[in-house]
Design a protein around this ligand. Structure first.
Ligand SMILES: [Zn+2]
Length: 419
């Protein structure tokens, strides 16, 4: 009797132990979905004979290997091979796998070929933004430590005007938007620029990719406080400069830029010409980039171009120029969207809707912006250029378009000056 009681007690204790261990393990484990960007026919950027989709998949596998050192990290991939996966499907797979977060892995390229370094795009959703900002800061700190430029943390709003139930604007990037709809925080890591000579050592060799994977793993381990199997932990490296990270925090400022007015001052109706705009800005740390999206009134074709900012713009009214691209069709164009970044890394999007613009300046998401039709364009003739400098710039843009740089990937709209 006594013996069987002892056996019973032992079984209970073992059972209790298993339960507690399970509880503890499940409380500490973090499930991470790594999303290798692009795949299949959607190749992403291509430079030096390397396809971004391949680099992204390699990165995901190296990163999974790095994270295997941490027993508390459970890692899944949204694609394991060269497969074309729709963005919503990536989010669905992550959600089905019980992921706590989706991290999309990418490499960047810019139209101007002037950008370099690492950047992180986080969701615009208020519920996750603060935490992800810190997460991005740890990642960028790691990238700085291996010698990459810190190009900043960004949150980018949709150009389509879609909103969530709480009235806030959707994310521009589909994979982030879909993940948030599944109740998951999400971010995109743009590790470095495939068209930047300075970044080549990081993406053009396995050694470089492994260095980046290690940096990712360190940032992830630092953020979640993971401990490696050998008992070691990563001390967080916060980014030294820039972004929605250190600089903005030091200034106590991390709000979206606010464009309060936009007016077309001068434009001769010629493609390959220049337009002059008057722009009113309200911003504490300085707007670093403004871009405009126009829609052709009849065909609906959209055209996008950046205003030239000689320096970052704080509160005031400015006259700014924009180069009108050579590929515009003749006809009338309505301004449909204004986008802007400031030095704290947030994007404000202003969609033209029902005669007024709405955006998320001051982070209340619902600022109205007086617009009228004051900044619409009418293109009346195909132009030729006398201005040699302008000609050079446009030639380069045309060459980029021919090389298919824009195909299936997001364009980096930040100006050359944002480093
Ligand atoms: Zn990409």
């Amino acid at each position: 009797m006594q013996r069987s009681f002892k056996v019973f007690l032992s079984i209970c204790l073992i059972w209790l132990g298993v339960c507690l261990w399970g509880l503890q393990a499940s409380a500490r484990t973090v499930a991470i979905a790594l999303d290798p960007g692009h795949g299949g026919e959607e190749e992403g950027a291509m430079y030096y004979g390397l396809l971004e989709k391949d680099l992204n998949l390699k990165m995901a596998k190296f990163l999974k290997e790095e994270l295997s050192r941490y027993p508390e990290a459970e890692v899944m991939l949204t694609r394991e091979e060269d497969e074309q996966v729709p963005l919503y499907e990536r989010a669905r797979r992550a959600s089905e796998g019980g992921a706590d977060i989706l991290i999309s892995l990418h490499f960047n390229a810019s139209v101007s070929h002037q950008s370099k370094g690492a950047s992180v795009y986080i969701t615009t959703a208020e519920a996750y933004r603060e935490n992800l900002r810190h997460f991005a800061d740890y990642l960028l700190g790691e990238f700085e430590a291996v010698g990459l430029d810190n190009a900043g943390t960004f949150a980018r709003v949709t150009q389509m005007g879609g909103r969530r139930g709480d009235g806030s604007f959707d994310d521009y990037y589909g994979v982030i938007r879909h993940a948030v709809n599944y109740g998951m925080p999400a971010m995109i890591i743009e590790h470095c620029y495939m068209d930047a000579e300075a970044d080549k050592p990081f993406f053009a060799s396995e050694e470089g990719l492994r260095k980046l994977a290690k940096a990712d793993a360190n940032g992830i381990a630092a953020y979640y406080g993971l401990q490696a199997a050998d008992g070691t932990a990563v001390t967080p490296k916060t980014a030294k400069k820039y972004g929605a990270t250190t600089k903005a925090l030091e200034n106590g400022y991390y709000e979206a830029p606010e464009i309060t007015g936009l007016r077309l001052l001068q434009y001769d109706g010629m493609t390959m010409g220049k337009a002059r705009f008057q722009v009113s800005v309200e911003d504490g740390v300085g707007v670093t980039s403004i871009y405009l999206v126009y829609k052709h009134r009849e065909t609906g074709a959209s055209a996008e171009f950046s205003l030239i900012l000689p320096e970052s713009l704080t509160t005031g009214t400015y006259e700014l120029e924009a180069y009108i691209p050579p590929y515009l069709e003749l006809g009338k164009y309505d301004l449909s969207y204004i986008g802007a970044y400031n030095a704290s890394g947030y994007d404000a999007g202003y969609n033209y809707a029902g005669g007024s613009m709405v955006g998320f300046g001051k982070c209340d998401w619902l600022n109205s912006f007086s617009y009228g039709q004051e900044a619409d364009l009418t293109v009346t003739k195909k132009g030729t250029l006398a201005d040699l400098h302008l000609d050079k710039i446009i030639r380069r843009l045309a060459a980029d378009m021919e090389s298919g740089l824009g195909r299936g990937q997001s364009l980096n709209l930040a100006p050359a000056g944002r480093k």
